[in-house]
Design a protein around this ligand. Sequence first.
Ligand SMILES: [Zn+2]
Length: 271
Amino acid sequence: MAGRELLALAAPVECVCCGTEDFALCGPCERAVRILTRTPFRAEGQAPALMDVNGSVILPVVAAGMYREELAQAVLSFKKHGQGQLGAVLSKALGRAISGAAGTLQGYCLIPVPTTNSAFRKRGFSPVHLLLRNLDRRGGLGAGNLTNALRKGSALTEGAASNHDLSGRLRALVPAHPLAGGQKGLGRGARAKRVRGSMQARLSPLAPDIRGRPCIIVDDVLTTGATLAEAARAVHRAGGVVMGAVVLAATRPPDAADPPAVHGATAGTGG
Ligand SMILES: [Zn+2]
């Protein structure tokens, strides 16, 4: 208690949702975040860059919750300030979505989407990396490994055929999996064009080798899906086997026709 009181003296805090003093997230608001992230769901259906014109899934995505109410406040504030308490609560929610998405998959790489250099300079941290490191420290990554494989920057070469290659591999490898869906070529829309080629695999000798390994991409908020689609392309170009993506929150509700949830991952048969 003394430690917490000292901390409170040094940096007065208030609940980012309701303004109650002393905690970055008060008890009732923390409970609300837990409830909002209790049932991870498939979210790619409302992300135009992740669906093709025929309505087929390009990249399956599992979201921990809807980007609204206390969850939106907590995510927004964490992205700005990186509060430790918010990090603990949000990393647990992310962990639930990851285990729901991965099902019985073993030895997969969890690849955080890189932040832009300007965002990193402004904040001094990358929210998604922070959440994944937090989970990793507490043994919350399950059978996955945090794999920092991507960086911002344009790719030197971008094969025109890569979208087709990716869709073929997804079709071949994903079906028996909770993230499964019918897949076709990646990317459409103005935003997809803007971010295309904006990421690539890290090339240093110390960069992780993801060739042939199953990869799940992780980001904070899903809107159009353009960023995730670009990350999937970069992972694919580096030889990783893209299984799907997981996000903390999706800005648009899932289709009523979508599978309602992935919690428990009963459809998983591994692979
Ligand atoms: Zn509160």
